[in-house]
Design a binder for this molecule. Structure first.
Ligand code: ZN
Length: 282
C-alpha cells in the first residue's frame, strides 16, 4: 500500500515538472555551452569543469556534483578516458541519459581526447543534444530545431574561417607541449612536430631524453614557427622549453583546455586560431 502511494506521488511530480527547465550536467563547460545555445531558456546547465585555473587531467569531483547528477535529465561527458572521474560517479539509474561524446563520434581511449577542438565533433554533439531535447520536451521542438540550425550555421562559418586560414599557414612547422590543440592544428594543415613528446606529457609520463633533445633542437635551430602550450597545465619540463622558445624568439601561443568565462565556443576557437595566425605570420 505504502509503495503504491509513493508511486502515485512520484508519478504526479514527474507530470507537474514537464514544463520545468530541463536539468543538464556537463563535465566540461564547452559542452555545457553547446547545450545552453540549443536549449536556451528551457534548460539549466551545470558545468563541472569551468575554471580555467583547474587542470582537468587531475580533477577530483566534489560531493555537490554527485547530488546534481542524481537530478539531471541529461549528462554530457567527453569520454575516451578524459573525464573518467565523472563517468564513475554517474548512478546506474542515470545512465540512459548519458551523452558520451567520444562514443557518439566513434572515438575511443587512445585517441587524442581533446575532441572539442574538432569542429565536426561539436557539430555532431549539437545535433544529438537537439534530438534528445526534442524527445524530452516536444512542446518546444520547433525552438530546439531553430536553435540547432542557427548553431550549425555559426559552426559552418567557423569551418570556413579554418579552411581560409589553412590557405595562409598550411605546412608551416609548429610544436606544442601537449596535444590539446591537435585536431585544430590538423584542420589548419600545420606540420605538427614532437608528437611523441606531447603524448608523454598528456599521459603524465616523463618524455624520453631523445624526445626532449629533439624538441630542444627544434627550438634552438628555429625549425618551428610557433610553440603552443597548454595554459592550464604546467610542468617543469614544459616551462623550461617555453623559456627556451622565448630565448630563441619563437612566438609562444597559449591554448586552453576549458572555455574562458563569458565567451562562446565559436568565439573561443576563433580567438585562438587568430592568435596563432598572428604569431605565425609576424
Ligand atoms: Zn589536456
Amino acid at each position: 500500500m505504502k509503495a503504491l502511494l509513493i508511486g502515485i506521488v512520484t508519478g504526479f511530480i514527474a507530470t507537474a515538472q514537464a514544463s520545468e527547465p530541463i536539468k543538464i550536467v556537463a563535465a566540461e563547460n564547452f559542452y555545457g555551452d553547446v547545450a545552453e545555445q540549443i536549449g536556451a531558456n528551457h534548460v539549466i546547465v551545470t558545468s563541472v569543469l569551468n575554471n580555467p585555473d583547474q587542470d582537468p587531467h587531475i580533477f577530483e569531483a566534489s560531493p555537490s556534483i554527485i547530488s546534481s547528477l542524481q537530478s539531471a535529465s541529461m549528462i554530457i561527458v567527453n569520454g575516451a578516458g578524459y573525464d573518467a572521474w565523472m563517468t564513475k560517479l554517474i548512478p546506474e539509474s542515470r545512465k540512459p541519459d548519458l551523452l558520451d561524446v567520444a562514443s557518439l563520434t566513434h572515438k575511443s581511449k587512445g585517441d587524442n581526447p581533446h575532441l572539442w577542438y574538432d569542429v565536426d565533433v561539436i557539430s555532431q554533439t549539437a545535433d544529438e543534444i537537439a534530438l534528445r531535447l526534442m524527445a524530452k520536451d516536444p512542446d518546444h521542438k520547433v525552438e530546439y530545431a531553430e536553435n540547432r540550425d542557427r548553431f550549425q550555421r555559426t559552426l559552418q562559418a567557423l569551418k570556413l574561417h579554418i579552411s581560409t586560414s589553412a590557405e595562409k599557414i598550411r605546412g608551416l612547422p609548429v610544436t606544442a607541449s601537449e596535444p590539446v590543440f591537435g585536431y585544430m592544428a590538423e584542420a589548419l594543415r600545420l606540420d605538427m612536430r614532437n608528437k611523441a613528446f606531447q603524448l608523454a606529457i598528456l599521459n603524465n609520463a616523463e618524455p624520453s631524453v631523445s624526445d626532449i633533445i629533439a624538441f630542444e633542437d627544434d627550438l634552438k635551430r628555429k625549425k618551428v614557427r610557433a610553440f603552443l602550450y597548454n595554459s592550464q597545465v604546467s610542468s617543469p619540463t614544459v616551462s623550461k622549453l617555453k623559456a627556451l622558445a622565448e630565448k630563441n624568439h619563437i612566438p609562444t601561443v597559449g591554448v586552453s583546455e576549458t572555455e574562458p568565462a563569458n565567451t562562446k565556443y565559436q568565439d573561443w576557437m576563433t580567438f585562438q586560431i587568430d592568435a596563432l595566425i598572428k604569431a605565425l605570420l609576424q
